[in-house]
Design a protein around this ligand. Sequence first.
Ligand code: NAD
Ligand code: UDP
Length: 312
Amino acid sequence: MAKRILITGGAGFIGSHLCERLLNEGNEVIALDNFHTGRKQNLAHLLSNPRFELIRHDITDPIKLEVDQIYNMACPASPVHYQSNPIKTIKTNVIGMTNMLGLAKRVGARILQASTSEVYGNPLEHPQKESYWGNVNTIGIRSCYDEGKRVAETLCFDYHRTNKVDIRVIRIFNTYGPRMIPDDGRVVTNFIVQAIRGEDITIYGDGSQTRSFCYVDDLVNGIIKMMNTDNFIGPVNLGNDGEFTVKELAELVIKEVGTKSKIIYLPLPQDDPTRRKPDLTLARAKLEYTPTVPLVEGIKKTIEYFKKSLQT
Ligand code: NAD
Ligand code: UDP
């Protein structure tokens, strides 16, 4: 049955893909965004749809809306962006989360929180299971995001226990695809944009650190499945469990773009996690979630997107 759905951060990378999918499924969708890292152009193709609304609003201020479901995606995700105004990042995760849980409580909506693999910090357990409590620096440059997201999870579970708010919590691992911002500083965007422009490919550290990269379509499948699953509130890991070194990613991008760019090595940022890979056992068992897009395919699609978008 069609629902009225609020997507905070709806003009961002993942949020805009969610808006599109939920509209295509026949729902009414309200995207809410303060346009810090989101862009209207991500939603331009949806604006003429009568079932779609776009609101400029900051979730650190309360808002009254009547909705059935809330996807709380609002928060800058790239380290460069969330570190550009760290106090705002914490406020978004703590005050913003509280406002959205308050809204969910008032109207009886189900709320899904976009948490992150960053709650595991620089993990001492590999791959990361949901039962792992993490290894997080409370006072470092990533803490505004990592600790903010940890408090947001705590708020969800306290609203659930205290006020019976119907929560869902997902922990998203590195996701990439069309509509990322070219200068967002994340590794996939940096490498693709550098390769297309023929600039040096900047590996931080020696490139032996690993990440598991998920194509956005797979992630969106998992997010919607989790929202619509009964009797399971999470937290659940969502991503792709293929694990690659940053150097392997650089080599793949160089090959697929066919660039003459050379790799250069720059210092590793503080608190940069050494290894990261989701254990997806729970997602497979509870949601029948399986990522289907191999890294090489997803990277090809993302390269095509950036080749077009960098021209305009
Ligand atoms: P993004 O930066 O593209 O999107 C975030 C959106 O939220 C932007 O449109 C931004 O303008 C908006 N926003 C930020 N603060 C806001 C506020 N206070 N009020 C209203 N809107 C606000 O990032 P993304 O990659 O699409 O990430 C979406 C969500 O998923 C974030 O919560 C992020 O923490 C989480 N996540 C993403 C990844 C990933 O790899 N992309 C990994 C883990 C978690
Ligand atoms: N990285 C890199 N070169 C870049 C950007 C990032 O080597 O130009 C590294 C970064 O240090 C990290 C990994 O790639 O080890 C993933 O970085 P990203 O910012 O994409 O995400 P996160 O660190 O949050 O997983």
